[in-house]
Design a protein around this ligand. Structure first.
Ligand SMILES: [Cu+2]
Length: 323
């Protein structure tokens, strides 16, 4: 709304955009206020205390009330900025529990999107309006960064580790995706668009695709890579049963316990010796270099689909949070 009158900002098209802009305006107004205040005082005091009127300087030995005043006021303002920004940051970092999932792989120089329902896109992301969308992102080469100005979200996309972002688009339309981490020759061409659709149009788009879901694709990979031989779920199997693992606490052989989230599953596939489940031997071979990030996402989605009720990693939601 603000950008309609002051065209300094891109359109506000997500639930957090207004909050981000308000904080930004507060910072800018603060800066303007103090810049003007100091400038005016420099000029005014130069005139008021000019040498022709005050040939002999008067020594001032300090003032405790004044010092307290100019320490406490900036501290107060800084704390307001800190608390406000921290609340907003936590809101941005934690996706609501009820979120639609999308997996994004960044590579030189494109964005590959995978939907749990099986659709795949390149440099395009179709989502329904007024829906929480949680992005699980990874790079298959260098560091990229996923940025949609109209949504006011930006997050680094790293090789070797999943990172997350989320948004809730408030207006149907097409919004620009930028890569905002210089990633090589065609960095500036690493762009795309988020297409926000009305629910009916989105359903139509969904129904236009064929093939199985992401988890089904993962299950196919699980069988063809031979994982199922050891992770059969049968008593006495050589690998742990994956049923209900996702989102749970896993006891590992060195006595620690870890939460089985996306990054844990990915690590266990690529570097199985890193965290061996207690009671099992270090017999699993690594799959590093053999399967792509997209296949890894499918396998993660498959393991995730076998989770028990309730637990859902990354869903440390902020119900009723700052909206
Ligand atoms: Cu990039």
């Amino acid at each position: 709304m603000l950008s309609k009158y002051i065209p300094l900002w891109p359109e506000q098209a997500s639930t957090v955009a207004g909050h981000m802009d308000l904080l930004y305006v507060f910072l800018v107004l603060n800066t303007i206020f103090f810049t003007v205040l100091v400038a005016v005082m420099v000029v005014a005091f130069s005139i008021k205390f000019r040498k022709s009127k005050h040939p002999v300087a008067v020594q001032i030995e300090g003032s405790v009330p004044l010092e307290i005043f100019w320490s406490a006021v900036p501290l107060g303002i800084a704390m307001v900025i800190f608390v406000w920004a921290a609340v907003l940051y936590f809101h941005l970092m934690r996706a609501p529990r009820e979120s639609m999932e999308v997996y994004i792989t960044g590579k030189q120089w494109m964005w590959k999107m995978q939907h749990p329902t099986g659709q795949r896109e390149i440099n395009q992301l179709h989502v329904p309006v007024n829906t929480n969308v949680r992005l699980t992102m990874i790079s298959q080469d260098v560091i990229h960064s996923f940025f949609v100005p109209e949504f006011r979200i930006k997050h680094d996309v790293l090789p070797g580790r999943y990172t997350y972002a989320w948004f809730n688009a408030t207006k149907p339309g097409t919004y620009h995706i930028f890569c905002t981490e210089y990633c090589g020759t065609k960095h500036s061409g690493m762009i795309g668009e988020v297409i926000v659709m009305e629910p009916a149009a989105y359903q139509l788009w969904l129904s236009g695709s064929t093939g199985g879901s992401l988890a089904q694709e993962g299950e196919r990979q699980f069988a063809s890579l031979g994982c199922v031989t050891c992770h059969s779920g049968q008593p006495g199997a050589r690998g742990p049963n994956l049923e209900g693992v996702f989102g749970s606490n896993v006891k590992i052989s060195d006595g620690r316990s870890v939460t089985a989230d996306e990054n844990y599953v990915r690590e266990s596939i690529l570097n199985p010796q890193a965290k061996i489940v207690a009671g099992y031997g270090p017999i699993m071979p690594t799959f590093a270099g053999q399967i792509s990030e997209e296949t890894l996402i499918q396998l993660v989605a498959f393991v995730k689909s076998k989770q028990g009720t309730g637990a859902k990693a990354g869903g440390q939601a902020t119900p009723g949070g700052k909206q």
